[in-house]
Write a protein that binds this ligand. Structure first.
Ligand SMILES: [Zn+2]
Length: 62
C-alpha cells in the first residue's frame, strides 16, 4: 500500500476542504399553485401544495 512521504500541512488540508465549505444560496422555485417562492422538492408552506395537489393543510396564524 502506498504511504505518503510527507505529512499534509494544515494549509493544504484546509485549502482542499475549503472547496466544499462555500456558502451557497438555496435553489428557490415558484409554487405552481400560489406563486410563492419555495425550496425545490418541498411542500409549499403557504398553500400546502406539492406536485399539483394539496398534501398538507397550511397553518394559518396571523
Ligand atoms: Zn403555494
Amino acid at each position: 500500500m502506498a504511504v505518503p512521504r510527507a505529512k499534509t500541512s494544515k494549509a493544504r488540508t484546509r485549502r482542499r476542504q475549503g472547496i466544499n465549505m462555500r456558502l451557497n444560496a438555496p435553489t428557490l422555485t415558484e409554487c405552481g399553485n400560489c406563486g410563492n417562492l419555495i425550496l425545490t422538492h418541498r411542500v409549499c408552506p403557504k398553500c400546502g401544495f406539492y406536485r399539483g395537489r394539496q398534501v398538507i393543510t397550511p397553518e394559518s396564524n396571523g
